[in-house]
Design a protein around this ligand. Structure first.
Ligand code: FAD
Length: 478
């Protein structure tokens, strides 16, 4: 019996039921990644992926196995792989969002044509879709009741069984020397080209990519930050959150395995893990939403917002992307993103609110930029995050509520440390002036900062833009 384990975004070897079952049940196992350059993913994701595949390949080789990579049109190569490998069954972990759903549908057709069994596993979820539902058996579309219902069912979850994957002898089943010679373990050139770009190199140096890096990050976070997470998580200048999002997105670590790790630890010592588990369940919520409402990847959950009159102004969008809006907290966030491929959650909300509500640009422009530049760009979390802020999603901030960037800046970056780090041209300003330099022109002059030249004046008058936004949403209601 030969099993083909098809990898999409679960680039790890442990806590991986499809792989565990394949090794346990089969004489031979082929671990295969299909790369289709037509299935567009963002550049930051591509750069990470190139590195992650390299790391996984090394991990497999160190155990005597092999990672097979087919690069080209997915349907053609999937069919070819079935011819070459001749599996009796194909196992994969179900993934939500594009490009995965398109590939999963194609794989189903091809497996049916070839009479090969195709088995999905729901290991990237905590709960199989349909398990955490309301009394009417409908999915939750408000987070808090979902969270409570999920917590009420966590006792039903089983930890992953890693018995076979921990047994080194069984990895020999994964050796495919004949395919290695045919070049079927080469990292796709288009991914490597992106990984080699100076911008990608710059962002990748902030991360230690792969399963081992993920577990190190988790342990460091648990040891140094977990206990203070709830108090500190909203302050972008403090390293208080886990920065595990890209590892979770690429499946280098499993969210469910993290939960069991926390449980095991809590039996040995007192740890305050519920607030962080809540965030992991936001991720679960987002994935389930995309499962039940796939249209929300590109369209508003609340469909009345489809008629919203957005303006499209390429110059405004570009200034926002480059961190040149003249609003320091927003520019700091956009520059952190450009430099590291990551942005703090609180600041993501502020920059998204400015783009959609003050600048009146569609959330899809923001979603697209994030999709291209975030290393953690994720179809489910990104769509939910943007729609939440724009006010058109599930459980969204009410459409009439805007984040006031100045209040947010004063509250969550009171000393201006985060702004100083990412907007160095303002670093000499006092903590009073740094949030709104245009209101402190005297101080700017004294410190040799010429507004409009060294640092932009704000793109919008925030009180005017607020009023205009409220008028627009009033019209929508009518
Ligand atoms: P932690 O605070 O350590 O949380 C642990 C994990 O929980 C995260 O890694 C993440 O997987 C999950 N999580 C935390 N907050 C959220 C949330 N609000 N929604 C869903 N899951 C969450 N997250 C992405 O992973 N990819 C995206 O593309 C993405 N786009 C976003 C766009 C906007 C406009 C907004 C407002 C938020 C977006 N988020 C996205 C959610 C959130 O900002 C990040 O998950 C978080 O900042 C990652 O940092 P962390 O790993 O340190 O999180």
């Amino acid at each position: 019996k030969t099993t083909l384990v098809w990898l999409q975004r679960e680039l790890r070897l442990s806590h991986f039921p499809a792989l565990e079952k394949a090794i346990a049940d089969s004489e031979r196992v082929a671990v295969v990644y299909f790369h289709d350059p037509k299935q567009l993913i963002g550049d930051a994701n591509s750069a990470w992926l190139a590195q992650s595949l390299q790391t996984l390949k090394q991990q497999l080789r160190a155990r005597g196995g092999e990672l097979l990579i087919f690069s080209g049109d997915f349907a053609d190569y999937f069919a070819q792989a079935l011819q070459l490998i001749e599996p009796t069954q194909v196992f994969y972990s179900f993934q939500v969002g594009q490009p995965f759903s398109a590939m999963q549908n194609e794989a189903l057709t091809i497996c049916q044509q070839n009479k090969v069994a195709l088995q999905p596993f729901f290991s990237e979820f905590w709960f199989d879709p349909g398990v955490v539902v309301n009394k009417q058996k409908n999915p939750y579309v408000v987070f808090t009741p979902f969270y409570k219902a999920a917590l009420a069912q966590v006792h039903t979850l089983e930890p992953f069984n890693d018995e076979v994957t921990e047994n080194s002898a069984d990895w020999k089943k994964l050796a495919w020397p004949e395919f290695k010679e045919q070049g079927l373990s080469v990292i796709p050139e288009d991914l490597l080209a992106i990984q080699q770009q100076p911008w990608a190199k710059k962002i990748l140096k902030h991360w230690s990519i792969g399963e081992q890096g993920a577990w190190q990050k988790l342990r460091y976070f648990i040891d140094d930050h977990l206990d203070d997470y709830n108090e500190d998580r909203d302050f972008p200048a403090i390293e208080a959150t886990s920065a595990l999002s890209p590892y979770l997105h690429f499946g280098e670590i499993s969210s469910r395995a993290i939960y069991f790790e926390l449980l095991a630890l809590s039996e040995q010592q007192s740890i305050h893990y519920q607030p962080w588990v809540r965030q992991l369940l936001w991720r679960e919520f987002a994935r389930l939403l995309l499962w039940f409402f796939p249209y929300t990847e590109q369209e508003p959950f609340q469909q009345k917002f489809s008629t919203m009159q957005w303006q499209t102004d390429a110059e405004l969008i570009e200034a926002w992307q480059k961190g040149l809006t003249g609003i320091p907290i927003v520019d700091a966030g956009m520059r952190q993103l450009w430099e590291t491929g990551y942005m703090h959650n609180r600041v993501r909300m502020v920059v998204a609110s400015l783009l959609t509500k003050d600048l009146n640009q569609s959330w899809l422009h923001g979603l697209q930029w994030f999709a291209d530049t975030l290393v953690d760009a994720d179809p489910a979390n990104n769509a939910m995050g943007w729609q939440w802020v724009a006010g058109c999603g599930v459980d969204a901030a009410p459409y009439y509520r805007l984040f006031n960037p100045l209040r947010q800046s004063e509250r969550f970056d009171a000393e201006g440390e985060y702004i100083r780090q990412w907007v160095p041209e303002l670093k000499t300003l006092s903590k009073k002036a740094i949030h709104a330099p245009w209101l402190h022109q005297e101080e700017c002059k004294m410190k040799g900062i010429q507004l409009g030249q060294d640092y932009p004046l704000p793109l919008v008058d925030l009180s005017q833009s607020r009023k205009r936004h409220l008028q627009r949403v009033e019209q929508l209601k009518a």
